[in-house]
Write a protein that binds this ligand. Structure first.
Ligand code: GLN
Length: 304
């Protein structure tokens, strides 16, 4: 076994002083004030050990990372029929692109871009009794942590500025790929994105994808086939139009969010989460990508 704590510390020291830390996602006003100096890494191995450096215990906005958790819940609820409404191909375009959705008649390329996640949100609004409460309960159950919550201010901030998400939801509705009201689905979607977690809570939440569908507390939530599908989607679609670059540099399935978080995992081995809020031009955490490239190189652990 590599000395994981020593590896994380070496990566932290190496990366924290990089001068260009990227840009904060200020298009969501509530995120604009986050300090670019934050940087944390957390690793949970499948034998239950936990390692962390820097700001790994500070909560941040998970944003698009929670799309994976929403997808897992939708798949647990409606299984393979999920794929009647959303595709499984990388989009090669930014997460909020609309043109493709129109060209492809309202079937989003995949569930990890905004339009796809809005369809997943619609499935959850249809199938959960109290969508927001039930989804939060699911995340708390995965992590065994009842302190995890939505950030109402972030959700509100997106609600009043999320014009492209309204456009996507309306396009979906016009193509009859949204069963509930645009307002209701987006309210749920914005809350989903506003979920706040620390690096260690995120590693714990994603543990089931590295552990054949069983969460940290050994409860089975999704089956092997569903885990395989979700990990494949993270590998091919988890980084917007930079999924190829992430596979090339890091070599793990993963998901990023514009809050600056990245979760990546190696099935049967570990889940690793980084948080550094400065983003590169494609909207992925600048230091997070550097740190994860170093991690899989130093630990000699990747899917390749
Ligand atoms: N809530 C953000 C949005 O809808 C999520 C984007 C992201 O993290 N890529 O724009």
């Amino acid at each position: 076994m590599p000395d994981f704590q020593a590896i994380l510390e070496a990566i932290y020291q190496d990366t924290i002083n990089v001068s260009d830390k990227g840009t904060i996602a200020s298009y969501i006003p509530e995120l604009a004030h986050i300090d670019k100096g934050n940087f944390g890494i957390h690793l949970r191995t499948s034998d239950g050990k936990s390692y962390g450096v820097g700001d790994y215990k500070k909560p941040f906005s998970t944003q698009s990372i929670s799309k994976v958790l929403a997808l897992s819940k939708a798949m647990a609820l409606i299984g393979e029929s999920t794929w009647e409404r959303v595709g499984v191909e990388p989009s090669g375009h930014p997460f909020n692109q609309l043109a493709l959705l129109e060209i492809e008649h309202g079937i989003p390329r995949n569930p990890l871009i905004n339009s796809g996640a809005i369809v997943i949100a619609d499935i959850l609004v249809s199938n959960l009794k109290n969508p927001k409460e039930d989804f939060l309960k699911y995340v708390r159950e995965l992590t065994g942590d009842v302190t995890i919550s939505f950030n109402k201010d972030v959700a509100h901030s997106e609600k009043i500025t999320g014009f492209k998400n309204y456009a996507a939801a309306n396009l979906l509705k016009s193509f009859k790929n949204l069963n509930n009201l645009v307002e209701d689905v987006l309210d749920f979607y914005f809350h989903l994105c506003s979920l706040e977690m620390t690096c260690s809570q995120l590693s714990n939440a994603f543990y089931l994808f590295a552990n054949n569908g069983k969460c940290l507390r050994n409860k089975l939530h999704i089956n092997d086939k569903q885990v395989k599908r979700i990990n494949a989607l993270m590998l091919t679609c988890g980084f917007y139009d930079e999924a190829g670059e992430f596979a090339f540099e890091v070599g793990l399935p993963g998901k990023s969010g514009v809050g600056g978080g990245i979760v990546a995992l190696l099935p049967d081995h570990f889940v690793i989460t980084t948080w550094a809020p400065g983003l590169n031009k494609k909207g992925n955490s600048k230091l997070g990508m550097l740190a994860l490239e170093q991690f899989t190189t130093k630990a000699k652990l990747s899917v390749f």
